[in-house]
Design a protein around this ligand. Structure first.
Ligand code: ADP
Ligand code: ASP
Ligand code: MG
Length: 450
């Protein structure tokens, strides 16, 4: 069997869903499980409703829910009706309106935000199931929530692998054996007592990988709006090239440092069994895309040891200087304990003799971190920074690379430089406004185009 995941732009409207249907049809012999994201931008729109609720803006809330409903209705109509799917969506939208109406004037709790954000996948999967069924294939809509059993960390829930393994095999394998195509949701799950959760933004890729791992898929296909993993984000570098193949490590590093095309955790569940991930363009289904697997033959891009450049904006740098602690044991441990206690993830770290700089993406719990770090030394925070990462398996073995990197990064001021433990990335922290220019200059230096 295979898992085929379709991202937001690949289900954005009726035309995209029709393309999806043809891709699924071409895969029926491989017995696909189809995982879908919400229609493009719907998750953002749903989360946007939380602001109207908080502001007590009942009219804004009504308009927001109505616009979402209309978008799904138009898509259903263009797909030729999808009447029972639309009835289910309309009923759920009405329930959502009532739930949110009851919360008018206050901030939604994390559990409520997850129940809200996950609606998009529940609705899109109904439309997709109807379209696949309408095209003469045997589709079955499957609610992933009782299968994707997670903990209660709303907004970034972690699935329980034993429960997922048992339930996915029990619920999905019999459908595949009957020759049916299960159509289910990415991104969402539920706690053992049935409270809805989400796996984090962009999490549908992770869902696909998890299902691929527990169902022992031949491959996991990630259908998106670009031709695969590229030498840079084509929105920043229009001449970026598609990589024919990549290693799991490269894919994971790129994703961690901003290549949105894959969720950073996607490779994780697939490494042990060596299941390949193929990133494909749903508007050009015959293009080969990028294959990510251990045995992939990695092409050299000219003489470049670098294979891709990514960047991530809206990064905060936390600096800690601990003069009194100079040489003291335990300073780093004490510092990391603070981050661990507040569950704040650190991306890049650089340490000197008396000071440490690190980057964090999620600012929501930063205040208590800064307060607690203040007990260890002097702390200062810099906002609106970007991380630029240069990734390539060849970085491990290429001496003299630093000079080329520095030449390309100038004249931007580099605030932190770090080489990851895996030695396949070099990261730079720069001011956010310098990020795209640095990416373009690095692309020019290593691939000859920008
Ligand atoms: P989906 O909705 O299919 O999940 P996303 O928007 O999450 O798609 O990810 C696809 C986008 O990732 C592309 O449109 C592209 O702009 C961006 N991207 C960033 N870095 C890269 C890269 N190195 N290779 C390919 N795409 C990239
Ligand atoms: N729809 C979700 C999001 O926008 C999940 C995904 O697209 O992967 O984050
Ligand atoms: Mg995505």
């Amino acid at each position: 069997m295979i898992v085929a995941k379709f991202g937001g732009t690949s289900v954005a409207d009726a035309a995209a869903i029709r393309r999806l249907v043809e891709i699924v049809r071409s895969r029926t012999a491989a017995r696909p499980v189809v995982v879908v994201s919400a229609l493009a931008k719907v998750t953002d729109a749903l989360l946007g409703l939380a602001a109207a609720v908080h502001a007590g803006d009942g009219a804004g809330l009504d308009a927001g829910v109505a616009a979402l409903l209309e978008r799904h209705e138009t898509t259903a109509w263009e797909l030729g009706g999808a009447r029972s799917a639309m009835a289910a969506i309309a009923e759920d939208a009405a329930a959502l309106r009532r739930e949110l109406g009851a919360a008018l004037g206050r901030m939604l709790r994390p559990a409520e935000l997850d129940a809200l954000a996950g609606r998009g996948e529940l609705w899109s999967s109904r439309l997709v199931a109807a379209a696949v069924e309408g095209a003469g294939l045997d589709a079955t809509w499957v609610d992933i929530r009782p299968i994707m059993v997670t903990d209660r960390r709303f907004g970034r829930a972690t699935p329980s692998m034993p429960a997922l393994t048992a339930r996915a095999r029990e619920c999905l394998r019999p459908l595949l054996e009957l020759g049916r195509v299960p159509i289910t949701q990415g991104f969402i799950g539920a706690t053992p007592d049935g409270t809805p959760t989400t796996l984090g933004r962009g999490g549908s890729d992770f869902t696909a990988a998890l299902l691929g791992a527990v169902l022992e898929a031949e491959r996991v296909e990630i259908w998106t709006d670009v031709n695969g993993l590229m030498t840079a984000d084509p929105r920043i570098v229009p001449s970026a090239r598609t990589l024919r193949a990549a290693s799991y490590e490269e894919a994971a590093e790129l994703a961690t440092f901003g290549a949105k095309v894959l969720h950073p955790a996607t490779a994780l569940p697939l490494v042990r069994a060596g299941i390949p991930i193929v990133v494909l363009n749903s508007t050009r289904p015959d293009d080969p895309g990028t294959i990510i697997e251990p045995s992939a033959e990695l092409e050299r891009l000219g003489d470049s040891p670098v294979r891709s450049i990514s960047w991530k904006r809206d990064i905060t740098v936390v600096n800690v200087r601990a003069p009194r602690m100079l040489g003291a044991y335990g300073f780093l441990r004490a510092m990391f304990e603070v981050f661990e206690r507040h569950e704040v993830v650190v991306d890049v770290l650089a340490s000197g003799e008396v000071s440490v700089s690190l980057t964090v993406e999620d600012r929501t719990r930063l205040d208590p971190v800064v307060r607690d770090l203040g007990e260890l030394g002097e702390v200062w925070v810099e906002e609106r920074r970007a991380i630029v990462a240069v990734v390539g398996i060849g970085l491990r073995t290429t001496p003299g690379l630093a000079a080329r990197l520095f030449r390309a990064v100038q004249p931007a001021n580099v605030e932190i430089i770090s080489q990851g433990a895996s030695a396949i990335n070099m990261t730079f922290v720069v001011r956010e406004e310098d990020g795209p220019g640095v990416v373009r200059r690095l692309h020019q230096e290593f691939f000859g185009t920008c």
